[in-house]
Design a protein. Structure first.
Lengths: 429, 515
């Protein structure tokens, strides 16, 4: 690199510093983002539009807006504003370096972990979070992953000073894995274990209620059984997990037998084979991975790529996720590209965008707060250089609840300028 | 029977096709039952946007003529030779076939020979699986050439094989013989066994030890080669004991003589510096660092040495040594003058390498055409096959991809993939295959149900296939004999059905898939 490039870099850094210095002088309680193409998701894109943000919420969206002269105004000409992506199922915050056991809190041992709450182990300073945010994923549904009954999940802001502050909605639901072997075995031991625990929990809940009425002495406390009470009373969703369509089918039958009415199915691309049933039963789906090998060797090469399209065609409510585990945790930032690939294989582009914004928000019970750019919603947004599902686009600025996020907190964005300058310096010697 | 009829029909269809219409080639889900795509004398792609990955740049509304499997001409309004197959590529984009410089997608019998610290004597060439379904699916993603490498269990691994994706040909016929011989090395956590172990403890356990053992092997190989070279020949050889052939040291000696390139798995800056310093003492230049996660920290040093960088673009945080992996790495290496490519290391990811290139635009604003070169020309150059493939230039092999849109766009799809001027993937043919398979499945089900009624009381322990027509039997036997038990696999593959072990094998020590 030559010296003029280095000078440009220095100038750019100086300019950035000046911008930041200028902020405090503007009116603190109103932020105006203007000049960008706004993609509300819930409606058609608006060119050269404005978003007004007050107290962390969107207070106005439009093309003909006016604002007080002392409002803080951010010009975003040429950029595209999107609502933050909502990750429908991940374990972000629960792991740091997956091969270093001490940093991994994803999978508890044992079969019954109903009383576990995923959010209490979220490391709010996990270095994976800024990188995920820099990819436009601003909100995530963080789930537990150990055993048959895994515990409850939470929707969290990916930025915050503590997990308590990050939580937007908790508990979202109770996570149960349907045992694969139970698909053709009514006496499957794992399934019996789940059913026995649910029965115990029902009795325990009855006993607790009787005690509250003063009809009986209180039973011994049992945190695992008590944690299941909201699910059994129908106050909490069942997040039912299964991979392979026959297992999913058995799982859905089982959930119906158990009387669960509020079910969300978390499933791999095989779920497309149950699309009609899911549509008629009104069961929403979290599709775990568009980027997957076809389940069966003899299936078409694009079997996983078309799964979302098949769900959409049948009228199933769905959201697109990654596997939410393993390597996908650190790379949750690639979520939008999975939706993009689904669009390359038949999914309507607008639906692809919804499948990683508005639809997951609605399925997770936070559709009134997140997932679109609408008045009253949280101002969690990002500005990109182009279509947000395109890997070629760059994300330039991020706001979470109306506060601009410092993207240099992303490990990559902090090391990039440092080493770029260093390498140029070495090579100019 | 049904298959034989189908094949006969296909042959008839091929025979009938001539002139400007396109042959109705239809593949099968099994390579051994797929007719090898013919190589037409001439194919003329009309009116495409041609991404040459060459100095010619991106050419709009351009024709591309293929003759006898080579690119014959690129230009506007080319004259069609007699009987040329013409393909209207209006609105389409044509790029060179994608080259994946780090793959384990078609290796039989395991990727890691994890016994010794140096296994320079083992050869991927002996264990190529040309029938892997991964090959077909990667063709469907526009990949035409892959570098099959051993895993990263050993400081000095085995000999690699660069293959073209001539799906279903004999193993040796996939190998690009003109590629420079290469060998896998590995540094860091994997060879020092940080996250795994053999039954018997194995030296080394530190990065210093990895560097030392490589040094020692180089010295041994140099002495071995000297002994071989100085051994008497002809008459005088009768009276002495000649050096015992040592395939391990012979392969390492080829590194020292510059005949074999090192492609070294490496993450951290320190270990890469140590290897560069070490090989420089022997006058050796490293071919590439593979994964090269911290390449950006020492990019000027790599450029000075002449080592290429073959990178994941955005994997990080799966091991401690991947902590400082950043997606800007390829852009930074490229900017510093390192010959930079992007690879998959994963048979699923390999199906969408164009999007990995797109991320080089996202992270560090690499020019789009340069980003495309990171999955075509630059890996070809790293593997020393750029005289044959990697860009669209007159005289090069007709390895090319037809996309239905911008090749780096997430919304684009591969329509056709050509290898040596043979169309190995065609989306339309793939659709026909699905319909034929569906029909065949229905017919077989009917057949199986019929036979089930007939043989109810025979209590045969043999499955229905024993009664099936000859073609069927081999089909079923092939499927079941290769059916792996997946208990050894990590989460990502646990629910997959019917795959052969080779199709799911990967470098267990490189990527961690915890579920």
């Amino acid at each position: 690199m030559n010296m003029s490039k280095v000078n440009t870099l220095t100038l750019a850094a100086l300019f950035l510093a000046l911008t930041i210095l200028a902020v405090p002088s503007a009116r603190a309680d109103m932020l105006v983002l203007t000049g960008a193409t706004v993609h509300p998701v819930s409606s058609e894109p608006l060119e050269n539009a404005t978003i007004v943000i007050e107290e962390g919420r969107i207070s106005a969206v439009g093309t003909e807006l006016q604002w007080p002269s002392d409002a803080e105004v951010v010009e975003l000409d040429g950029l595209h504003l999107y609502p933050g992506f909502v990750h429908p199922a991940t374990q972000l915050g629960l792991t740091e370096i997956s091969s270093v056991a001490g940093t991994v809190d994803t999978n508890e041992m044992g079969s019954i972990n109903a009383a576990l709450r995923a959010e209490v182990a979220i490391n709010h300073d996990s270095y994976l979070l800024p990188t995920t945010i820099a990819g436009g994923v601003l909100t995530a549904h963080v789930m537990p992953n150990g055993g048959l009954i895994k515990g409850t999940s939470a929707v969290v802001n990916l930025d915050g000073w503590s997990w308590e502050e990050m939580v937007i909605h908790s508990p979202v639901g109770m996570h149960i894995e349907f045992p694969v072997a139970a698909v053709d075995d009514e006496n499957n031991e794992d399934l019996k274990t789940i059913e026995n625990v649910l029965d115990l929990a029902r009795h325990h809940d009855q006993a607790m209620q009787a005690a509250e009425r003063g009809d009986a002495p209180a039973p011994a406390r049992n945190s695992q059984l008590e944690a299941l009470a909201p699910l059994l009373r129908g106050e909490q969703a069942l997040y039912l997990r299964a991979n392979r369509y026959d297992v999913m089918e058995a799982a859905l039958d089982w959930a119906a037998d158990q009387g669960f009415e509020n079910v969300v199915l978390m499933a791999n691309p095989d779920v497309q084979y149950l699309a009609e049933r899911l549509a008629s039963d009104g069961i929403p789906v979290i599709l775990r991975n568009v980027y997957a090998m076809p389940t069966r060797r003899w299936e078409a090469y694009d079997m996983a790529f078309v799964a979302a399209t098949r769900l959409a065609e049948a009228g199933v409510r769905f959201a697109i996720a990654d596997s939410g585990s393993g390597m996908d945790i650190a790379n949750a930032r690639n979520l939008p590209f999975q939706a993009g690939t689904a669009a390359a294989h038949g999914l309507d582009k607008a639906d692809a965008l919804k499948s990683v914004t508005l639809w997951p928000a609605q399925i997770l019970g936070v559709g009134d707060q997140l997932g679109s750019i609408e008045v009253g919603k949280r101002a969690s947004l990002f500005a990109a250089t182009g279509d947000a599902l395109e890997p070629m686009s760059r994300i330039e600025r991020v706001w979470i609840d109306g506060e601009e996020y410092d993207l240099s907190r992303d490990h990559g964005r902090s090391l990039y300028p440092r080493y770029r300058e260093r390498n140029a310096e070495v090579q100019s010697r | 029977m049904i298959r034989q009829i189908a094949v006969a029909g296909l042959v008839a269809a091929l025979a009938l096709t001539s002139g400007t219409s396109h042959a109705q080639w239809t593949p099968d889900i099994e390579s051994w039952n797929s007719p090898k795509p013919e190589q037409p004398d001439t194919v003329l792609f009309r009116n495409a946007t041609v991404w040459t990955a060459d100095e010619a740049g991106i050419l709009e509304e351009t024709d591309l003529l293929v003759r006898d499997g080579r690119i014959d001409a690129i230009g506007e309004s080319l004259r069609a030779p007699r009987n040329a197959i013409e393909i209207d590529a209006s609105g389409m984009h044509i790029t060179p076939g994608i080259i994946d410089a780090h793959s384990h997608a078609a290796i039989l019998g395991g990727v890691n020979e994890s016994s010794r610290i140096s296994t320079a004597d083992v050869r991927i060439r002996d264990v190529i699986d040309p029938e892997s379904i991964n090959i077909y699916r990667q063709l469907a993603g526009g990949v035409t050439t892959i570098n099959l490498l051993h895993g990263s269990a050993n400081a000095i691994g085995g000999q690699m094989a660069v293959i073209k994706l001539r799906w279903g040909d004999a193993p040796d016929d996939l190998v690009i013989d003109s590629a420079r011989p290469g060998i896998k090395f590995a540094l860091g956590e994997n060879p020092k066994q940080s996250n795994w172990s053999n039954d018997n403890p194995r030296y080394p356990r530190t990065r210093q030890g990895v560097a030392q053992i490589i040094m020692e092997k180089f010295q041994q190989a140099a002495e071995y080669q000297q002994a071989v070279d100085s051994a008497p020949r002809g008459r005088s050889a009768r009276d002495v004991v000649l050096p015992r052939p040592d395939h391990e040291l012979a392969a390492i000696a080829e590194i020292l003589s510059g005949e074999r390139d090192i492609h070294s798995h490496a993450y951290r800056a320190d270990e890469m510096l140590a290897l560069m310093e070490l090989v420089e003492k022997f006058g050796v230049q490293i071919g590439t660092f593979q994964h090269v996660l911290e390449g950006y920290k020492i990019a000027p040093r790599m450029a000075e040495h002449g080592a290429g960088g073959s990178a994941f673009i955005d994997w990080y945080a799966f091991k401690y040594e991947a902590r400082d992996a950043i997606a800007f790495n390829p852009a930074l290496m490229h900017e510093a003058g390192v010959l930079t490519g992007l690879h998959s290391d994963n048979p699923e990811l390999a199906r969408r390498m164009n999007l990995e290139a797109a991320k080089a635009v996202r992270y560090g604003q690499v020019d789009e055409h340069e980003a495309l070169k990171m999955i075509t020309l630059y890996p070809a150059t790293q593997l020393r096959i750029d005289d044959r493939t990697g860009s669209l230039e007159e005289g090069k092999d007709a390895d090319l991809v037809v996309w239905n849109g911008h090749p780096l766009s997430v919304y684009s799809r591969v329509e056709q993939t050509w290898v040596d001027g043979r169309q190995y993937f065609d989306r339309a043919a793939d659709q026909r295959m699905r319909e034929e398979l569906e029909q065949e499945r229905a017919e077989l089900m009917a057949l199986a149900l019929d036979q089930g009624e007939e043989s109810d009381d025979t209590a045969s322990s043999e499955p229905a296939e024993a009664e099936a027509p000859p073609g069927m039997r081999s089909f079923a036997a092939h499927l079941t004999s290769g059916m792996p038990q997946h208990s050894h696999l990590h989460g990502f593959a646990a629910h997959l059905v019917g795959y052969r072990k080779s199709e799911l094998s990967h470098d267990d020590f490189c990527l961690f898939h915890f579920e």
